[in-house]
Ligand binder design. Structure first.
Ligand code: PLP
Length: 380
């Protein structure tokens, strides 16, 4: 049988490659973005309780209503922004499904979608399988600042959507209020939609503020927010997330959602809803991860890697041009095989695999793991 792939350029993701290599060589795995410490006992018990209390059948299509109320309450509390729990919030199978569903609900053949590179890897295949065209804007290390006149020059009548991600995976940078205002300004008066991937919304450091798209009235009317309880509650394996958008957008989203997913794991939704009643469960995250970032950075301060402290997410990028001129994929593989520490080379997220000699390390790890990882990094 002859198969004509709809995604001929897609192979196995770098996360799978590096995690497998890490396992094969028994390396410390700071590559993939997941914690190696347990999730909260309280949260686990609440999910178990939900199962024992009968939350075992299909949840409503848009999500358990208590969870949607908790999400709506969180947006009021943090951003004084209203999303109607019945019409404007949908619980999804992780942010990835929300992203795919948004793109397939709106992108038609030849529509253009702007993305900023380095970009999280699920955006481009979702655009292209729906016939859309990716318009990349490459940002540069070490600051990954957006040049807004370049963005303006890439907009056209074909532009249907812009995907943004702050705090940003993989660079650990965040967008300022001015960036968001510039985005609003350059799309004002258009029907260009914004997909704002805010999975690291609660992981912002040094007292900085997360500028959610919902804070900007004109943008909010044209935007989806995607979010992940996997990131927020240290439970990436549960694959529960959500998205918010004004009802004229959300009603189109649900037309697709109800036929490809319908609804997601009910007891986890109920457990998360109960857990979120205490705001500290998400308000405590910046301090929790900042302590880990600082521990990691202090421990590697004598190494030959160069860095700017991560501003958000649980990733720290390290630049290694003082160590070797190897390309980043080869260097990351050598570090895994020879030094037994796994990371992610940034070139895989860049346009044409541009290599800035930068690796990404995940610090959502136990202190013990970070200490061992730093010992290795200091010897390289
Ligand atoms: C920027 C970004 N968006 C989306 C996701 C996917 O989130 P989820 O695991 O909830 O699907 C991730 C996970 O690493 C991510 O880093």
């Amino acid at each position: 049988m002859k198969i004509k792939s709809k995604l001929p350029n897609v192979g196995t993701t770098i996360f799978t490659v590096m995690s497998a290599l890490s396992q094969e060589y028994n390396a410390i795995n700071l590559s993939q973005g997941f914690p190696n410490y347990p999730s909260s006992k309280k949260l686990n018990n609440l999910v178990t309780k939900a199962m024992n209390n009968g939350y075992n059948q299909y949840a409503p299509m848009a999500g358990n209503i208590e969870l949607r109320l908790a999400i709506a309450h969180k947006y009021e509390l943090l951003h004084q922004s209203t999303y109607h729990p019945e019409r404007e919030i949908t619980v999804t199978a992780g942010a990835t499904q929300a992203i795919y569903t948004i793109i397939s609900a709106f992108i038609r053949p030849n529509d253009e979608v702007l993305i900023f590179k380095p970009a999280y890897d699920c955006y481009q295949p979702a655009i292209e399988i729906n016939g859309g065209k990716t318009i990349p804007i490459q940002l540069s290390a070490p600051n990954y600042k957006v040049n807004w006149s370049e963005v303006a020059s890439k907009l056209s009548t074909k532009t249907k959507m812009i995907i943004i991600n702050t705090p940003h995976n993989p660079s650990g940078t965040t967008w300022s209020k001015d960036d968001m205002l510039q985005l609003q300004k350059c799309t004002e008066g258009t029907d260009i939609m914004v997909l704002s991937d805010e999975v690291y919304e609660h992981i912002v450091f040094d007292e900085a503020k997360h500028y959610s798209v919902c804070l900007f009235q004109d943008l909010k009317q044209r935007s989806f927010i995607t979010a992940s309880f996997g990131k927020t509650f240290h439970t990436t394996g549960w694959k529960i997330g959500y998205c918010c958008a004004p009802d004229h957008l959300m009603s189109e989203f649900r037309k697709v959602h109800q036929f490809n997913v319908f609804s997601v794991h009910h007891p986890a939704q109920k457990g998360i809803a109960d857990y979120m009643q205490e705001a500290e469960t998400f308000l405590g995250l910046p301090a929790f991860f900042q302590r880990k970032r600082d521990l990691f950075l202090n421990l590697i301060s004598e190494s030959r890697f160069k860095c700017k402290p991560s501003q958000g997410t649980y990733f720290q990028i390290l630049e290694y041009s003082d160590i070797t001129d190897e390309n980043d994929v080869d260097f990351a593989k050598r570090l895994t095989k020879t030094f037994k520490i796994a990371s992610i080379p940034l070139s895989v997220f860049n346009e044409n695999n541009r290599d800035d000699k930068v690796l990404r390390f995940c610090f959502a790890k136990t202190d013990d793991t970070l200490v061992k990882a730093a010992e290795i990094l200091c010897k390289i």
